[in-house]
Design a protein around this ligand. Sequence first.
Ligand code: SF4
Length: 194
Amino acid sequence: MSHALRIGGFVPFTSIDYPEQLSAVVFCQGCPWRCGYCHNQHLLASRSTGLLDWQEILEKLHRRQGLLDAVVFSGGEPTLQKSLRDAMEQVKNMGFKVGLHTAGCYPDRLQALLPLVDWVGLDIKDLPENYLALTGAGGSGNQAWDSLDILLGADISLQVRTTVHPGMAKDHVEQLRTNLSRMGVTDHRLQACR
Ligand code: SF4
């Protein structure tokens, strides 16, 4: 039996985390990468005090059936946790659409989860060769771009998001946009680094 999902935060109602759907957001604890601009530093450690109870969140979601369209798993990096699959199955069985925010750290796990997922927001931080300096993790560029390949080859709604960090010149951003467009990305959002 898998362990319960470790959760560092929960937003019961939002209209901005899944396109055109009212959703709740589950912030999963833990991320294998360490981006300097991460604005969710408290979610990075795999273990932490003050975690929320998944059963209590399920009860809250149960009370919102018919009011919410979707549940979004965000983080941290949700695919870090093996128990994500069970959690997705549970909310899917409750009639919610399933959204996933991911940085694409684990392409194989992402692939395995796709039958359960209705929409993905994928962070593409930069061109693959620039990832190590951003994330501190060897191989992270290939992992993220392999995840993009998988999603583009799947029948799934996809939004690619890029945080424009201080080291990114305008022509660099344009190069990234061009590469993504050539690969077939039709929904690419830039967001400012906070
Ligand atoms: S991948 Fe996302 S959650 Fe993880 S450190 Fe980078 S910005 Fe933060």
